[in-house]
Design a protein around this ligand. Structure first.
Ligand SMILES: [Zn+2]
Ligand SMILES: [Zn+2]
Length: 437
């Protein structure tokens, strides 16, 4: 299959250019307006049929949407960045129905192969240290507090290159292809908003990948990621009653104490013997003044479990705690789900294929190939993966090796762009294995 090398090499400069372009203009969550518009432009050029807006996102199923003001600010920035002739592309995205699904039918009988690429950035301000390459070479983020600090800029670049090659060589293939460019992966909010629209209906094989994470050596790869943790993200607000802290404390209802007690109780949940679980209260804001019984409190929480069932166990315990402390302190409460995803394992059939592709790839060194790996963290992809597997399809997830300057979500995050070529090569080889005519 060495004809693949020349196809990959031909796109090397373009891939790096795309990656750096998206790196410069990061957006977060559901508000990836500019990013989506730029991806649409390219996919149209490659002659794909596109599904957009309400066809691929269920507005009310979106989690962690963000405020109207944030949405408007992101839209205004997208307008500024886009050429005026492309402003119409934003219409279908309304208040944040972003992301795009591209499809092509070879009109020859065969499987439906889908690929998923995430496209959002991270809420972190990019480093301006002299030795931070994006800054040094002039392609760092153009906005404070948002950075492509997880590598999704690279994922977009790989996805576009793969779509271009498959389209240009469509006579080599049978069946159908689907490219899912998904937003709001950070915080595990996007997949649950897209899946209900049926974008995965009829998908036989679904493949996804991440640059880096536990694949920390360039020319290395992890072929099949297992033990994705299931997670729930939720906010809790307590509403009590203010009163004079010395004169009439008995008349108050202390929301601060309710939240503090809930945080400690959540972290003290007796663990399930069935496997790994996690809990974190990452934020707690409460109270108004030193001499006032605190009338309000806010907590941002998350649970994780090695299976969906174990995560549900943790989440249910948390709900009991919230209800219990609310009763103790006579306060009201509200819980709002802001994100979450299923757990699961890659299908071994896909892992085996990725392994074969990796062994053949000139961009991978054989002694740096890891066949199976237990992730022990969360990825929104797992929700898509579980959906496809439950419907009888097969789905896998690989990690593309790269040396990292700093960990994911760090202000100094950057990756070896060699990983773009390795990722494209493995995806393309696997596409040929699944669907060559
Ligand atoms: Zn991330
Ligand atoms: Zn990521």
């Amino acid at each position: 299959m060495d004809f693949i090398i020349s196809k990959v090499e031909k796109l090397k400069d373009e891939m790096i250019q795309h990656r750096r372009f998206f790196h410069q203009h990061p957006e977060t969550g559901w508000f990836t307006f500019f990013t989506t518009a730029e991806i649409i432009k390219k996919l149209k050029e490659y002659k794909y049929e596109l599904k957009l807006g309400r066809e691929i996102v269920s507005p009310e199923k979106r989690e962690g949407l963000g405020s109207k003001e944030e949405s408007l600010a992101a839209l205004a920035r997208a307008r500024k960045l886009l050429d005026e002739k492309d402003h119409d592309l934003l219409k279908v995205m309304e208040d944040g129905l972003t992301g795009v699904v591209a499809e092509v039918d070879t009109k020859r009988e065969g499987p439906c192969v889908a690929f998923r690429f995430d496209i959002d950035g991270v809420d972190v301000t990019e480093s301006t240290k002299e030795d931070h390459r994006p800054f040094k070479e002039g392609f760092s983020s153009d906005i404070k507090s948002i950075t492509h600090a997880c590598g999704h800029d690279g994922h977009i670049s790989i996805g576009l290159a793969l779509a271009k090659i498959i389209s240009e060589n469509i006579d080599d293939f049978k069946g159908k292809f689907k490219f899912i460019f998904q937003t709001a992966e950070e915080g595990c909010r996007g997949a649950v908003g897209m899946e209900p629209t049926g974008i995965l209906d009829g998908v036989d094989y679904l493949l996804g990948a991440h640059i880096g994470f536990q694949a920390t050596q360039s020319k290395g790869v992890i072929c099949g990621v297992n033990k994705f943790l299931s997670t729930s993200k939720f906010d809790v607000t307590f509403k009590g009653k203010s009163a004079h802290a010395a004169g009439a404390p008995q008349e108050g209802a202390n929301a601060l104490l309710a939240a503090a007690e809930a945080a400690i109780q959540m972290h003290s949940i007796t663990r399930h013997s069935g496997g790994t679980t996690r809990i974190n209260v990452g934020k707690l804001i409460a109270g108004e003044g030193r001499n006032v019984i605190a009338p309000n409190a806010f907590m941002a929480c998350e649970t994780r479990g090695v299976t969906t069932e174990l995560n549900d166990f943790m989440k249910n315990k948390c709900m009991n705690i919230v209800e219990g402390v609310a009763k103790i302190h006579s306060v009201d409460y509200e819980v709002r789900q802001t994100g979450g995803t299923a757990g699961g394992d890659s299908s071994q059939f896909i892992t085996d294929l990725i392994y074969e592709s990796s062994c053949e790839s000139p961009y991978i060194e054989n002694d740096l190939i890891v066949k199976n790996y237990d992730f022990g963290a969360c990825e929104d992809y797992a929700h898509f993966m579980r959906t496809v597997q439950n419907a009888g399809g097969q789905s896998g997830y690989l990690m593309i090796g790269t040396f990292l300057d700093a960990g994911h979500h760090n202000e100094c995050f950057d990756f070896d762009e060699y990983a773009l070529l390795a990722g494209l090569d493995i995806f393309l080889r696997t596409a040929y294995k699944l669907s060559q005519k």
